[in-house]
Design a protein around this ligand. Structure first.
Ligand SMILES: CC(=O)SCCNC(=O)CCNC(=O)[C@H](O)C(C)(C)COP(=O)(O)OP(=O)(O)OC[C@H]1O[C@@H](n2cnc3c(N)ncnc32)[C@H](O)[C@@H]1OP(=O)(O)O
Ligand SMILES: O=C([O-])CC(=O)C(=O)O
Length: 375
C-alpha cells in the first residue's frame, strides 16, 4: 500500500480541522472515496446526477429516485428576470468566475434560504441553474443573444454544452461531462470547501457559503489551475517544444499549474481517468499536438521533479477538445463542486461549533499611541 504524504508545516497542513463522512482523500496515498465509494467506480458506472444525489442525500439513488431527481432539476433551470438583468450588465471581459460569484449572490437576494429546512432545495436550485447563469452571461456578452436557458437536456453537463454551443451535444461529450463533474464533485477539506464550512459555522445562509467558496476556488493554486494549464500548453507547438519550455520553467523555479497536490503523495486518482478521456477526445478531433504536448509535460515533471498531474491538468485538453472556451473551465468545476460544498455546509450545520482558530502573534510589543500632530 502506498504511503501517505508527510503532512506538516504552514497552511494548516496535516491538522485535523473537523470531521466528515463525505469523502476520504489520500487515505492510502492516492485513493479518493465519496461516502465509501471509490471515485473510479463512480466515474465508470454512474451519471453525475447519481453522484450528486449520493453526496447530498447520503445514498445512491435507485432508477425511480434518479428519474425524479433529474426531472426536479430540469424544472429549475430558468432564471428570474432580475438575475438576467444583472448578468446583462456584466462586461464581456469579466472573469466568468466573478460572474458566477455575482450570479450566486444575486440568486441569494432573490430566493433567500429562509431557514435550514430549505438547504436541499436551495442547493438543487443552484445545481440546476448555475449552467444557465454562466451561459446566459457568456452568450449575451460575447454573441449579443438572449438565450432560452430552459432546455430538455437530460443532464446538467448536457444542458451546459447545449446552452454554450446552441445545439444538443454529441453523446461522447455528454459522457465526458458526466465523468468530469463526478471527478470534481467532492474533495474533503480543500481550500474552497473549508471556506464554505467556515462560513456555515457562523450559521450563515447557503448562498453566502457557496459565494465564498466560488471566490476561493477561483485562484490558480486551486480550481483556476485548469485554465492556467491550458494557457501554458496551447503555447507549445510540439512535444519537443513543450520539453524545452518546461525545462526552462523548472530552471527558473516557476510554478507549473496542474501539477502537485497538497495531500496526494504520488498521483491524483482523478488524473488517469480524465487523461484517458482526453486521449479519446484527441482521437475524435484528430489532434496531433495538444495531447502529445500534455503527455510530454507530464513526463518531464515526473522525471525532473517527481511532480504528478493533478485533476486539473488533463481537464484542460479534454475541455478544449469539446470546444469549451478556456475561461469557462473553472466555472464547470463550480457546477460540480457545488455538491461537495453544500453537503459540507449541511454536515457543519448538523454538528456546529463556530470555526475560530488562534494565531501566533508576530507583531509589535504593546506600545503607546503618539498623538497625530507628533507623528
Ligand atoms: C483541483 C485542485 O485544486 S488541485 C491543485 C491545483 N493547483 C495547481 O495545480 C497549482 C500548482 N501546484 C501547486 O501550487 C502546489 O502543488 C499545491 C498548491 C497544489 C500544493 O501545495 P503544497 O502542499 O504547498 O505543495 P508541496 O508541499 O507538495 O510542495 C513541495 C515542493 O514542490 C514544489 N511544487 C509543488 N507544486 C509545484 C508545481 N506545480 N510546480 C513547481 N513546483 C511545485 C513546491 O514549490 C515545493 O517546493 P519548495 O519546498 O522548494 O517550496
Ligand atoms: O484537495 C485539494 O487541496 C485540492 C483538490 O484537489 C480539490 O479540491 O479537488
Amino acid at each position: 500500500m502506498a504511503q501517505g504524504k508527510v503532512l506538516s508545516g504552514a497552511g494548516l497542513r496535516g491538522q485535523v480541522a473537523g470531521k466528515t463522512a463525505l469523502s476520504t482523500v489520500g487515505k492510502s496515498g492516492s485513493g479518493l472515496t465519496y461516502r465509501g465509494y471509490d471515485v473510479k467506480d463512480l466515474a465508470e458506472h454512474c451519471q453525475f446526477e447519481e453522484v450528486a444525489y449520493l453526496i447530498l442525500q447520503g445514498k445512491l439513488p435507485n432508477q425511480a429516485e434518479l428519474d425524479a431527481y433529474k426531472a426536479k432539476l430540469k424544472a429549475l433551470r430558468g432564471l428570474p428576470q432580475a438575475l438576467k438583468d444583472v448578468l446583462e450588465r456584466i462586461p464581456a471581459d469579466a472573469h466568468p468566475m466573478d460572474v458566477l460569484r455575482t450570479g450566486c449572490s444575486m440568486l441569494g437576494n432573490l430566493e433567500m434560504e429562509q431557514d435550514f429546512s430549505q438547504q436541499q432545495a436551495a442547493t438543487e436550485r443552484m445545481l440546476a441553474c448555475f449552467p444557465s447563469i454562466i451561459c446566459y452571461w457568456y452568450r449575451f456578452s460575447h454573441d449579443g443573444v438572449r438565450i432560452d436557458v430552459e432546455t430538455e437536456d437530460d443532464s446538467i453537463g448536457g444542458h451546459f454544452l447545449h446552452l454554450l454551443h446552441g445545439e444538443a451535444p454529441k453523446s461522447l461529450h455528454e459522457q465526458v461531462m458526466h465523468v468530469s463533474l463526478i471527478l470534481y464533485a467532492e474533495h474533503e477539506f480543500n481550500a474552497s470547501t473549508f471556506t464554505a464550512r467556515v462560513c456555515a459555522s457562523t450559521l450563515s445562509d447557503m448562498h453566502s457559503c457557496i459565494t465564498g467558496a466560488i471566490g476561493s476556488l477561483r485562484g490558480p493554486l486551486h480550481g483556476g489551475a485548469n485554465e492556467a494549464a491550458m494557457e501554458m500548453i496551447e503555447g507549445f507547438t510540439s512535444a519537443e517544444h513543450a520539453e524545452q519550455e518546461m525545462m526552462g520553467k523548472l530552471a527558473r523555479k516557476e510554478k507549473i499549474m496542474g501539477f502537485g497536490h497538497a495531500i496526494y503523495s504520488e498521483s491524483d486518482p482523478r488524473n488517469g481517468i480524465i487523461k484517458a478521456w482526453a486521449a479519446r477526445l484527441a482521437d475524435d478531433v484528430g489532434d496531433k499536438v495538444l495531447y502529445p504536448v500534455s503527455v510530454r509535460c507530464e513526463e518531464v515533471m515526473w522525471r525532473e521533479k517527481k511532480l504528478f498531474c493533478n485533476a486539473d491538468f488533463f481537464h484542460a485538453s479534454a475541455y478544449h477538445f469539446m470546444g469549451i472556451p478556456t475561461k469557462l473551465f473553472t466555472p464547470i468545476f463550480v457546477m460540480s463542486r457545488l455538491t461537495g460544498w453544500a453537503a459540507h455546509v449541511m454536515e457543519q450545520r448538523a454538528d456546529n461549533r463556530i470555526i475560530r482558530p488562534s494565531a501566533e502573534y508576530t507583531g509589535e510589543e504593546l506600545r503607546k499611541v503618539t498623538p497625530i500632530a507628533q507623528r
